[in-house]
Design a protein around this ligand. Sequence first.
Ligand SMILES: Nc1ncnc2c1ncn2[C@@H]1O[C@H](COP(=O)(O)OP(=O)(O)OP(=O)(O)O)[C@@H](O)[C@H]1O
Ligand SMILES: [Mg+2]
Length: 328
Amino acid sequence: MELIEVKNIVKGFTVVKKNKGLKGALTSLIKPEKSTVYAVNDISFSIKKGEIVGFIGPNGAGKSTTVKIMSGILHPTSGKVLVDGISPQENRKAVVKNLGVVFGQRTQLYWDLRLGESFELLRRIYQIDLKSFNKNMDIMSEILKINEIIDTPVRQLSLGQRMRGDIAAAMIHSPNILFLDEPTIGLDIEAKHSIRNYIEKINKINNTTVILTTHDLDDVEQLCKRLIVINNGGIIEDGPLDSIVERLAPYRVLIVELSKHCVDIVTPYAEIIKQENLKIWYRFKKNEITAAELISQLAQKLPIRDLSVTEANIEDVVRKVYRGVSNE
Ligand SMILES: Nc1ncnc2c1ncn2[C@@H]1O[C@H](COP(=O)(O)OP(=O)(O)OP(=O)(O)O)[C@@H](O)[C@H]1O
Ligand SMILES: [Mg+2]
């Protein structure tokens, strides 16, 4: 069963056309000419209960706009979204009952209240009984260390503390679905770590479905089995992380250190991409030769002192996607 269905959504924003130079800028002020930019241009995907899906793509790709449409904050120009069978555009109230949303760039906490008071207010808004509230708070306290900051006014929280507070606030009504838009942006390693652990844990314990937008590839590597890559308002990849990496970054690199200089270091099985004194970097295709075979080929003619193999990773994929190269 699909929990979230996004069908052919398009979102166009009307913007004022910019004219060149100061004179042009002044003309646009007086007589604005309008045009439409498409932040999202025909995106479709579906997500099953319990999945953690990573949403990645360069700045301005359309990720946040998609998240806002899925949570009912924005209306699409066309297309349809269903969250557990309900349209967030038609019945946002029913959808948010089962949904937590966090925008890393913007807090949803009450600036003038202590964090604990914010939670109490939300508890009353959502009409959560004290018993389930406390049970929920226990899990959050343990991983997000909420008890350390519960008495601090929100405006005094550091970025990392505030983000932990924001996530806890989004999860206060124990929703089954969580949308996180850059939840680790600007955080130190420790704060990132606790947020990732929390996401992992609620997914494991409650089978919470998570959509995670991030530029931090460690987030993706630790949490997401599936990746949706967005660029220019469209989906360019959707599938298991492993197979996207395998397909878009099929290379591995064997780094060999020789015990003495050799003249003939080439091999038909790999390409030399770098050389530094006695160290040589051989790039080879995973599906054409195994590392063991390549090593044994090289060992026949080269005195090898040391070696290591590096795997292709998500970073290679992202670099490729962001550069706009899909068939290198
Ligand atoms: N309210 C708006 N009015 C006009 N244009 C908008 C509006 N919101 C977003 N856009 C444009 O839509 C495009 C997609 O924006 P969006 O915020 O969805 O990108 P993103 O993928 O989240 O990027 P980032 O990684 O920088 O957060 C951008 O070109 C942006 O300028
Ligand atoms: Mg964004």
